[in-house]
Design a binder for this molecule. Structure first.
Ligand code: T6T
Length: 330
């Protein structure tokens, strides 16, 4: 009887110890008093992926993460009021923000910086993005995001190859004053210079409205029916341009080089209706931003002025490769 009781007690203790250990493994690190705010550019799958990276790294490091309301449209007039209202609630040590313009965000962010809040810009930057040289926009600690010019150059080379290095091409972009898409357009134009038989016939700005991108691309195809290739510089530009090419019955005939790996774009690539897609690494951008922010706030570690995760290209050869799945924005 006594032996039996002892056995039950041993079993109970073992069970409770392993339950505690298991729970410990699942637990997030303890909150150490650092609060970081994420201010996205707009409500889209790219920034949802970034939010995921931010939240998961925050949980791992014990950083308190606040995510501002996702702006429903792109632009400083929507983003700044959300930013200011969220910061006014207090307690923020650092802001990770995708500024929706290179110039209009300088003054609102400087005001917050002067109140003692550190800034890292993610995905987009202020001014020319060089925070290592003293200027009125060099107060952020770092830019963490893609090398958009490099991506644009590589995009041009791939598109040139797809169209036999000759013919007319068209760009659909979002804004003329947003660093990310500006860089992509600049790089693309530079990349085209290597192909003397290729001509850029136009560029339109859709202000991040997909239907506008469709209408503009249809207009460009009517004006220049011999366009052979189109570059969409972000998710909505790409999805809009894709829709235009489908509506015009030109799938396959006009090559589509797209930026941002949304599920819709990857599905279109699988169907052979899109030819190329550059996938950025938003999860990694978010995760790195929290990691560097934490190191700076907790130990004063200097953050490199630029932190650049790479990107990946989806094409018909690798789009069904399970290894590529993790680069789709889900
Ligand atoms: O392309 C991304 C981002 O990099 C850009 O700055 C804005 O548009 C996206 O969020 C895609 O919609």
């Amino acid at each position: 009887m006594k032996k039996g009781l002892l056995l039950v007690m041993v079993l109970l203790i073992t069970f409770s110890m392993s339950a505690q250990l298991f729970a410990g493994g699942q637990q997030e690190a303890e909150d150490d008093g650092i609060t970081i705010l994420f201010m996205p550019g707009v409500a889209d799958p790219f920034y949802y992926m970034m939010e995921k990276g931010i939240r998961e790294k925050g949980a791992e490091l014990g950083v308190n993460i606040i995510v501002a309301e996702f702006p429903k449209a792109w632009g400083p007039e929507v983003q700044v009021p959300i930013l200011e209202a969220t910061v006014a609630q207090g307690g923020i040590d650092m802001i990770l923000i995708a500024p929706t313009a290179i110039d209009a965000l300088i003054s609102p962010l400087k005001k917050l910086y002067d109140q003692g809040i550190e800034i890292i810009t993610v995905d987009t930057f202020l001014g020319n993005g060089d925070y290592s040289v003293d200027s009125d926009y060099s107060f952020p600690l770092s830019y963490i995001g893609s090398d958009n010019e490099k991506g644009g150059r590589e995009m041009a080379a791939h598109l040139a190859e797809m169209v036999g290095e000759k013919g007319k091409v068209y760009i659909n972009s979002t804004n003329p004053d947003v660093s990310s898409v500006m860089g992509r357009v600049k790089g693309f134009k530079e990349g085209l210079e290597a192909f003397p038989d290729m001509e850029l016939v136009g560029i339109d700005y859709n202000m991040d409205v997909q239907q506008k991108a469709t209408d503009q691309t249809l207009g460009a195809l009517q004006k220049d029916p011999d366009i052979v290739g189109i570059f969409g510089t972000n998710l909505y530009s790409s999805q809009g341009a894709y829709q235009a090419v489908v509506n015009a019955g030109l799938s396959g005939a006009v090559k589509l080089a797209t930026w941002d790996a949304s599920v819709d774009i990857i599905n279109a690539l699988k169907k052979g209706q899109i030819d190329l897609c550059l996938a950025q690494k938003p999860y990694e951008i978010g995760s790195l931003a929290v990691e560097w922010g934490y190191k700076f706030l907790s130990a004063g570690t200097k953050i490199p002025a630029k932190v650049i995760p790479g990107f990946e290209f989806f094409n018909e050869g690798n789009v069904n490769d399970p290894e590529m799945d993790k680069f789709i924005y889900k």
